[in-house]
Write a protein that binds this ligand. Structure first.
Ligand code: SF4
Ligand code: SF4
Length: 129
């Protein structure tokens, strides 16, 4: 059974980020295009990891609202990488859930030619367990 500390360490390991460096300036949240959609804002997410309050993060809508644009990573003056922490937490939830949500054979043969490939990659990342 993984503890909150184990999960916090895993998020830091996967992301390569150090939330302890955060100075709570809020610039990551100020620059985030998905801010309004998130229940835990990027700067708060960083604090939750630092405080090992992981259960709340794992159930957070923020995991599925973050666009992985990494504008927050660019903006952070302390190189904390909030978007990478969110990405890492999402990966952990996806891994813990087990089997696939989205299978390659479920993707229709005829896709809209205008569909950006990044959308498919993103869908696999979010729904492939
Ligand atoms: S921009 Fe960086 S230092 Fe500022 S609150 Fe966000 S993570 Fe912390
Ligand atoms: S990576 Fe996620 S948290 Fe960071 S600015 Fe983009 S949408 Fe917001």
């Amino acid at each position: 059974m993984k503890t909150a500390r184990d999960n916090a360490e895993k998020i830091k390991e996967i992301s390569g980020a150090n939330p302890q460096k955060c100075m709570k300036c809020g610039k990551c949240s100020a620059t985030c295009p998905a801010f309004n959609e998130m229940d835990i804002k990027p700067h708060q997410f960083v604090s939750y990891v630092a405080e090992e309050n992981i259960d709340a993060l794992m159930q957070s809508e923020t995991l599925w609202k973050c666009l992985s644009c990494f504008a927050c990573v660019e903006r952070c003056p302390r190189d904390v990488k909030p978007g990478k922490l969110i990405d890492a937490a999402r990966q952990m939830v996806v891994r813990q859930r087990g089997a696939d949500y989205l299978k390659a054979e479920e993707i229709p043969e005829l896709l809209d030619p205008e569909l950006p490939q990044q959308l498919l990659v993103s869908a696999f990342r979010r729904y492939k367990r």
